[in-house]
Ligand binder design. Structure first.
Ligand code: 5RP
Length: 235
């Protein structure tokens, strides 16, 4: 991360803090931008702000605990008032690609359990069309290669040519999510209809969840140098 993108992430995170009010039940996202939000939130908590958080990953839980942010289980708090999370890509229709950090399953469950989802990002994440960032798809380990073949067939059926579908690795081994699943990164180049693709991938046996978030975000906070742009859902 460059110093500049670091500052932009912080600016977006600072803007998100304006939406937090005392007593809120908050979904806490995963990734470097979400962590910038955690740090700013922790300062407010130390200053007396009372909130309860639900983390979207083990990593976020660990970071939040270290910062002194009180946490609770989703099922003890749902519905949440607000989730603040980052994204790998976002478009102006507020469709997102998430899961670069491997937390897409819990991120989607927490966002779906929230009345509002605010996405914070630096301007590099705002795209005219989703798909340059490879779409992460969380797949059950059982039979995962046959599930990957169904992903490829589904993409071809929808008219996407040459989608490279790669099993994610980390530290010399196969990457496992917090829920013990594997992830396939699907490089589309450009996604023509996020809605259609989201539906098609959701219907594939073996797919636990995919990283397309369509119709979930209520607000995008995009940090440009000197300004945070607020993009609201048209709904
Ligand atoms: C993790 C995510 C993150 O929100 C996404 O990867 C963005 O991360 P960062 O803020 O570090 O760029 O979806 O699963």
């Amino acid at each position: 991360m460059t110093a500049n993108s670091d500052a932009l992430k912080r600016a977006a995170a600072a803007k998100a803090l304006e939406y937090v009010t005392p007593g809120m039940k908050l979904g806490l996202g995963t990734g470097s931008t979400a962590e910038a939000f955690l740090e700013l939130l922790a300062t407010k908590v130390r200053g007396g702000l009372s909130i309860l958080g639900v983390p979207t990953s083990d990593r976020t839980a660990q970071r939040a605990r270290a910062l002194g942010i009180p946490l609770a289980a989703l099922d003890d708090l749902a519905p949440l008032d607000l989730t603040v999370d980052g994204a790998d890509e976002a478009d102006r229709d507020l469709s997102l690609i998430k899961g670069g950090g491997g937390a897409l399953l819990r991120e989607k469950i927490v966002a779906a359990s929230s009345k509002r989802m605010i996405v914070i990002a630096d301007e590099a994440k705002l795209v005219a069309r989703l798909g340059k960032f490879a779409l992460p798809v969380e797949v059950l380990e059982f039979g995962h290669r046959s599930t990957a073949a169904r992903l490829a067939a589904s993409a071809a059926f929808l008219g996407y040519g040459n989608v490279s579908i790669t099993l994610r690795h980390r530290d010399g081994g196969v990457f496992k999510s917090d829920s013990g699943n594997v992830i396939y990164d699907c490089a589309f180049g450009a996604i023509t209809s996020a809605q259609k693709l989201a539906q098609a991938f959701a219907d594939i046996a073996g797919v636990v969840e995919h990283g397309l978030f369509v119709g979930m975000a209520s607000t995008l906070l995009i940090a440009h140098p000197g300004e945070v742009e607020v993009i609201e859902s048209g709904k």
